[in-house]
Ligand binder design. Structure first.
Ligand code: SF4
Ligand code: SF4
Length: 315
């Protein structure tokens, strides 16, 4: 039986796919989007994060130091734990178990397909009544495609709808493993210019666009998303190029295009992992930005692409 590394399980979610859903977030992502709100998903392995404001102090507690035994692995400032040596985070977790104040957070757990199914089955009645099911997201779950393929196959045996949220930044052979057991796919177009795509996500867009075309050819139900990021991909030149791609290369073969307005999320998680949050200086005037996003949606709809703002599916 396959095992996966899952960093979060959410029940009764409504954003990633229709109806009420159980959503599993898997670790590992080949992209590094500047605006990512889940930096704990990036590494494929289980990590520990440090929330220094929660540490009650080395003098009062010191449980992590005691169990670790390595002064080099744990960094304290003014008596509080502020960081860990990254190389220690991969395999060594006794300090997490000992911390009495949640100052050390473990990102990721090994879960078997059966363990996941036990959680998924609990809400079968809700899926049936709401048209929902299970969604696997990330990170990039194609980095654990064998695990997802087995999990989704079990779901299909039990008539549970499956939805797969992906960057499509993977070899087609990985996508092929999950296509037969996936009912709905959710994928992004982040930028049509590969150089700009690389600048803001760490990878070019060629493989993603090629895979999007291939998915469109299969006729698989596809929800396409654009995370609308100010001064990155929200200019009309890029928006028009995106519309051209959807109409010409994907033959308009999508269920919906969803526009997700940029939100500052996940800053604390960056700090806990000792990572830089690159959107720190991006200021958004919420009302005018929302008007701009609405205007982009109008543009897509006028070009014949069914486009909504947000993740909620509407007719
Ligand atoms: S175990 Fe937790 S609360 Fe205690 S010193 Fe370490 S980080 Fe701080
Ligand atoms: S693809 Fe998603 S999970 Fe990966 S870095 Fe970008 S926003 Fe984060």
């Amino acid at each position: 039986m396959q095992e996966g590394i899952v960093f979060e399980v959410q029940r009764f979610t409504i954003h990633d796919g229709p109806g009420l859903r159980t959503e599993l977030f898997l670790k590992g992502c080949p992209l590094r989007c500047d605006w990512c709100s889940n930096p704990e998903s990036w590494k494929t392995y289980i990590q520990l994060g440090v929330y220094k404001s929660k540490c009650i102090g080395k003098k009062k507690c010191g449980a992590c130091l005691e169990v670790c035994g390595s002064e080099d692995a744990l960094e304290f400032y003014r008596g509080k734990l502020v960081a860990m040596d990254d190389s220690q985070r991969e395999a060594c977790f006794p300090c997490f178990a000992e911390c009495p104040s949640d100052a050390i957070k473990q990102w990721g757990n090994v879960m078997s397909v059966d363990q996941c199914m036990e959680i998924i089955r609990k809400d079968k009645g809700y899926y049936e009544r709401s048209g929902g099911g299970v969604t696997v997201s990330g990170g990039e779950p194609l980095m654990q495609s064998d695990f997802v393929a087995e999990l989704f196959a079990k779901c299909k045996e039990e008539n549970i709808q499956t939805c797969f949220e992906t960057t499509l930044c993977a070899n087609w052979s990985e996508v092929e493993k999950i296509l037969p057991v996936t009912d709905i796919m959710i994928a992004d177009i982040k930028h049509m210019d590969t150089k700009i795509h690389k600048k803001y996500t760490g990878v070019g867009n060629e493989l993603i666009l090629e895979n999007l075309q291939k998915v469109a050819e299969t006729g698989k139900e596809l929800i396409l998303r654009i995370p609308v990021i100010p001064n990155v991909n929200d200019d009309m030149q890029n928006i028009a190029a995106t519309a051209d791609f959807i109409l010409n290369e994907m033959h308009g073969n999508i269920r919906t295009l969803q526009l997700l307005s940029f939100m500052r999320l996940g800053e604390e998680k960056y700090k806990s992992l000792g990572l830089e949050y690159k959107m720190e200086d991006v200021k958004v005037r919420r009302i005018s930005f929302q008007k701009h996003v609405n205007a982009i949606a109008t543009y897509f709809n006028e070009r014949g692409i069914h486009c909504l703002v947000g993740t909620k599916e509407k007719e």
